[in-house]
Structure formats: structure tokens, C-alpha cells
Design a protein around this ligand. Structure first.
Ligand code: BDR
Ligand code: CA
Length: 315
């Protein structure tokens, strides 16, 4: 039986790849996509969701809902140096096609999240691959409905490793630490996919040359363009030697839970301004209710990702 999911995202290059992976996997039925401020501003995120759906052309026309345009507190922060100014490395999609492949949900994202949890009690999984603002708003509005999720899979945090936006904090948690704290301290059935796991699944120049470019299809072109990969220099946008598949791994962990090794931990997030702002940390003696992915079968995940996406009939 396939698993019903909705995906809360801040598209973003790796978010786009995560959406491709989800929609091209028969194990999953993607019922909705919600957007949140993150890698780029919310209007760009919503545009990018339209672009990605235009490339995928999902026949089930998932719900699309607009979420929070700023964190619960403080100002929005973005990651354009990694994802390009538009969030997708300037990729062009025919504008007349946009918006045909999803159904616009008229309320805010948190209402769709609540409605889906109520409609499919214990049967649906929420995959959150951006800052956790929409989830926190849904929790504040209807904590009872939020108990209905089968699982809530969150890409975020750096548990026993360094951060990627500061030496201590991971980007999604750093953008909205209050939301991350509320979500982690709730009773949601969370599976966390932190940098500890996602840093084990990079796209490297070798993978690009040996496995992505030879595909010679629209997916390969999309990856090259959106990651800003340069064959000659052997680097990605901003001179980086690796492009991490953070968000696709969160989807992979739902498709095949055996890809990841999990440990139950009690976690929270630092919300005080200062050096440790946005850092996730273990709470000694706390209730160990978060399943945290700390290990990954890298080869198995890469095979899944490239098999599915290599044959994904992108427009
Ligand atoms: C996370 O931050 C974003 O830039 C990525 O899309 C991913 O969700 C990794 O820290
Ligand atoms: Ca993301």
C-alpha cells in the first residue's frame, strides 16, 4: 500500500529534488505541497513550487497552499548564495504552463496541514523540509488534529555535528528556532533527519561526471543548472565541492525506512540570540521521543535517488 504524504517546503534546489523523488516514487502518494519562507522569500518559494509541478505534471493535481512568509519571531533569512537568487539557479519553465498541475488551497498552509491530519487519521505522513513555521502554527491552532499524523519527518538540526549556517546551527532550525523548539518539544511522532545524516549523502563531482551527466536527460540538465555545477572546475555554486541531498534524504527515509539508522533522543533548540542561536541539542534526562537519523546507507540511497530521478520523465 502506498503512503499518503504532504510536503512542507521552501524550494530551494534540494527541495525541488526531494519533490521529484517523492512524485516519481510509487511508494508515495503526494496529496499536498505547502510553502514556507526559507531558502528564498515566500513569493519565490510559491513560484518554484509551480515550476516544479509544471516539470513533473502530477496527474493527481495535489493541493498547493501558501504558508508563512516570516518566522514566528525575527526577520526572514534566506540562502540565495546556495540556491541562486530565484531559488532554482535561474532555471526557465514556460510560464503558460505554470499553475495547471496543482489545486490552489484557499486557506493558509497550516489549515491544509490540519485538514489533512483530520481527514486521514494515522494514515498520513508530513514531510517538512524547510523552516518549521507552518508546523508550529498548525500546532498552536489545533494540537488535537496534529496528534493524527502517522509520522512527521523533519529535515533539520545538527545533533552531534557542526552547523551549516553558523558553526553550531543548521539552516532550517536557524531560520525559525522558536518553531523548531515548539515542534521538537511537542508530542508529534517525529523522525528527524539532521545534518549528521544528510552530510553522508553529497552529490560530488565524481557522482556528477559518472552518474548524473551520462543520463543525458532533462533531469541531468536540471541538476547541473540548478546546483550551478561546473565540470571544468569540478565545483557547485559558490565554489563548493559537494552539494548535499538534505531534503531528498528525508523523502528517502519515508520511501524506505531501512535506508537510515535511527536513535531515540530528547532534543530541543536554542532560541536565545547569540553564538548558539538555532542550535539543536540533546536534553539530558528528557523524554526520548524523537527518532533521530544518525546513519545512512549512502550507496543504497544514491541508487534509489538516481534510479528514480534518472527515469523521471521531466518535461
Ligand atoms: C536545509 O537548508 C536548506 O537550505 C535546504 O533546502 C535544506 O532543507 C539544509 O540545512
Ligand atoms: Ca529545504
Amino acid at each position: 500500500m502506498n503512503k499518503k504524504v504532504i510536503i512542507d517546503c521552501d524550494v530551494g534546489v534540494d527541495d525541488a529534488l526531494a519533490l521529484f523523488l517523492a512524485f516519481s516514487s510509487p511508494e508515495l502518494e503526494v496529496l499536498g505541497v505547502t510553502g514556507v519562507n526559507g531558502n528564498v522569500s515566500l513569493p519565490k518559494v510559491m513560484k518554484n513550487i509551480e515550476k516544479v509541478l509544471t516539470l513533473i505534471r502530477p496527474s493527481n493535481r495535489p493541493w498547493v497552499a501558501r504558508g508563512a512568509d516570516r518566522p514566528l519571531q525575527g526577520d526572514p533569512a534566506h540562502a540565495e548564495s546556495l540556491h541562486g537568487e530565484d531559488g532554482l539557479g535561474g532555471v526557465q519553465i514556460p510560464p503558460e504552463e505554470a499553475a495547471r498541475w496543482g489545486q490552489v488551497f484557499l486557506g493558509p498552509a497550516e489549515d491544509l496541514i490540519i485538514e489533512m491530519a483530520r481527514r486521514y487519521p494515522a494514515q498520513i505522513t508530513l514531510i517538512a523540509i524547510g523552516p518549521l513555521t507552518n508546523l508550529a502554527l498548525a500546532l498552536q491552532k489545533d494540537p488535537e488534529a496534529m496528534r493524527q499524523w502517522n509520522h512527521v519527518v523533519v529535515m533539520g538540526g545538527a545533533v552531534r555535528t557542526s552547523g551549516n549556517i553558523t558553526p553550531h546551527a543548521e539552516f532550517n532550525f536557524y531560520v525559525d528556532p522558536s518553531a523548531a523548539k515548539q515542534v521538537l518539544e511537542s508530542t508529534l511522532p517525529i523522525i528527524l533527519v539532521p545534518l549528521d545524516a544528510t552530510h553522508q549523502v553529497p552529490l560530488t563531482p565524481e557522482v556528477m561526471e559518472e552518474r548524473v551527466r551520462p543520463l543525458g536527460n532533462a533531469f541531468a540538465q536540471f541538476v547541473v543548472q540548478t546546483t550551478g555545477y561546473e565540470s571544468r572546475g569540478g565545483h557547485f555554486r559558490g565554489g563548493r565541492k559537494a552539494f548535499y541531498l538534505h531534503d531528498p534524504l528525508a523523502v528517502g527515509a519515508v520511501i524506505d525506512p531501512a535506508l537510515v539508522r535511527k536513535e531515540k533522543l530528547s532534543l530541543s533548540v536554542e532560541v536565545k540570540e547569540g553564538e548558539f542561536y538555532g542550535k539543536s541539542y540533546e536534553v539530558p534526562g528528557g523524554e526520548e521521543n524523537t527518532e533521530v537519523c544518525l546513519g545512512v546507507d549512502r550507496e543504497k540511497f544514491l541508487n534509489l535517488f538516481l534510479d528514480r530521478l534518472g527515469s523521471c520523465p521531466l518535461k
